[in-house]
Ligand binder design. Structure first.
Ligand code: HEC
Ligand code: HEC
Ligand code: HEC
Ligand code: HEC
Ligand code: HEC
Length: 168
């Protein structure tokens, strides 16, 4: 192999390396401020989704629980967990936990949890995957909330696909 060829190979590897690093960056999950464990609370303690996501059956937004909900049990540390220690700090400082919201629809789209989870009795898992079995926090959507995804289910379940149903 000539020196020139070697140069080309090295350059090629660098380009591939940069592409791989770029992809890894693009796929890096959103970091959540506390490593919340659904499985522990849902499967082991038997908490219901709506105990924490308090508007999931009654409002448009399910809501992500914050210190007021967690304080019922975590005003003081119950164990040795570092993650729980972070939580107790937020609670004692009265400072909200800056959770990142993973599932979203744009502002021009109307979506109601009450209509889907309560009135149409669609399981949370249908749109969010097996969240209750997660040990790690939710960092990317299990199901992408695209227009096609919404419309496919509406088509299959006989719900309307008129534009104005979903768009203001
Ligand atoms: C009904 C009571 C209850 C509520 C409400 C509750 N937890 Fe817990 N949580 C527990 C119990 C019990 C444990 C186990 C404690 C131990 O032995 O470490 C625990 C453990 C934890 C831990 C440490 C375990 C680990 O995986 O590192 C974290 C972090 C935690 N909870 C976060 C939260 C957050 C955040 C909220 C609010 C959104 C919350 N919890 C609401 C009862 C509760
Ligand atoms: C038909 C699909 C569907 C079902 C069923 C569903 N969700 Fe959602 N969920 C969504 C969509 C779409 C969003 C984003 C909505 C937005 O940004 O307004 C979302 C957002 C959320 C969020 C983020 C916070 C928020 O309020 O936007 C939580 C938490 C959540 N859902 C929990 C639940 C729980 C718990 C259930 C079951 C009781 C449930 N969802 C059932 C589609 C669904
Ligand atoms: C003890 C409280 C608690 C219970 C019970 C609970 N969750 Fe959560 N949930 C949280 C917290 C805290 C977060 C934010 C951290 C994370 O992503 O894990 C969250 C995040 C989520 C999200 C992602 C929201 C977003 O858009 O960022 C979904 C979806 C969700 N939960 C669904 C469920 C479902 C379905 C159940 C019942 C099977 C459930 N949760 C039970 C506390 C709870
Ligand atoms: C898994 C099936 C399913 C998915 C996914 C789904 N829907 Fe629906 N949706 C329904 C059903 C069934 C109804 C009729 C509910 C009833 O009985 O009133 C409905 C009703 C509606 C309504 C009319 C009721 C109201 O609140 O005014 C809107 C708007 C709507 N859906 C928006 C959406 C959007 C936006 C998405 C995607 C982000 C979506 N839906 C995803 C099944 C689904
Ligand atoms: C069942 C709900 C639903 C219905 C019915 C619906 N849309 Fe959408 N639409 C959505 C959602 C959800 C998004 C956001 C998709 C995303 O962010 O990936 C969207 C996005 C859009 C966008 C923004 C461009 C884009 O790709 O994000 C346009 C334009 C649009 N819809 C037009 C329409 C028209 C025209 C109709 C009627 C033929 C219609 N929609 C019917 C749910 C719906």
């Amino acid at each position: 192999m000539t020196l020139r060829n070697l140069g080309a190979v090295v350059l090629g590897l660098l380009v591939v390396g940069a592409l791989v690093a770029g992809l890894a960056r693009a796929r890096r999950p959103l970091p959540q401020p506390i490593a919340f464990n659904h499985q522990l609370h849902v499967e082991e303690m038997g908490a219901e989704c709506a105990d924490c996501h308090q508007q999931a059956l009654t409002g448009a937004r399910a809501t992500i629980p914050n210190i007021a909900v967690c304080a019922d049990c975590h005003e003081e540390a119950q164990g040795e967990s570092v993650e729980e220690a972070k939580l107790v700090e937020y609670i004692q400082a009265g400072e909200p936990i800056p959770w990142l919201k993973v599932y979203t629809v744009p502002d021009h789209v109307y979506f109601s949890h009450r209509r889907h989870a309560a009135i149409a009795a669609i399981e949370c898992e249908n749109c969010h995957g097996e969240v209750g079995q997660r040990i790690e926090p939710v960092v990317r959507p299990a199901v992408k909330m695209t227009m096609d995804h919404c419309m496919d289910c509406h088509e299959a379940s006989g719900a309307s696909n008129d534009c104005i149903w979903c768009h203001y």
